[in-house]
Ligand binder design. Sequence first.
Ligand code: ZN
Ligand code: FE
Length: 251
Amino acid sequence: MSLRPNLKIDVFPALQDNYGFLIQDQATGKTAIIDAPEPRAITARLDAWGVGLDYILNTHWHPDHAGGNVLIQKRYGAVIYGPPEVRRIAPLDHVLEPGDVFHLGDTRLDVIDLGGHTLGHIGYIDAAGGNAFVADTIFPLGCGRLFEGTPAQMWGALKRIADLPDETRLYSAHEYSLSNLKFAEHLGINPALSTRADIIRAKRAAGEPTVPSTVAEEKATNPFLVYPLQETDFDAQAAKFGELRRAKDCF
Ligand code: ZN
Ligand code: FE
């Protein structure tokens, strides 16, 4: 499959350690943000691009993801799509469920179930362009906390990400790489991890984001994929994952 890159993507910092994502379909000019972390940061990017905003696409209900819905919609008239759980804290115009397809102009985004961090967490996959917006499910060398779901549910979500094509870029919603790196190194150092550690430390020293990473990088070095995938069946993988997640929670 050859990639047909049709999305322009801007990764920008917001709040303490969040990333916001402004995306634009190049064929039609339609714009969207994946989540609405911080209105001021979003407005600054839209101004820099000189564009308005057509849509907000939420991934889950947490305030650092949906907290900007009200102000951004008010300012730009953007239409809000997302999982029903967003209504716990913010307005939502249209509900999206796993299996749904959202069209940003000519770009097709497939909605997938990434429940675990929250029960209704969803991801947006641009398969043609090789982009996956995964928010708080997987991070470079890490994964989201289990606030609502079970280890088996979160492992299912991580497995769906691991099963995407190797070159897929993963747009995670936080910059946690340095702390994730410490935990990964604590579990065991290998050549692939050492190489990646150098790259991550250099990027952070230069103030650059470590997002996006790729499926291939995470499968090679992310302990939350590497160790569970050494087990043979789903239940053993989920159990191993749960063990690692608990260890990280008190690391
Ligand atoms: Zn979250
Ligand atoms: Fe978050």
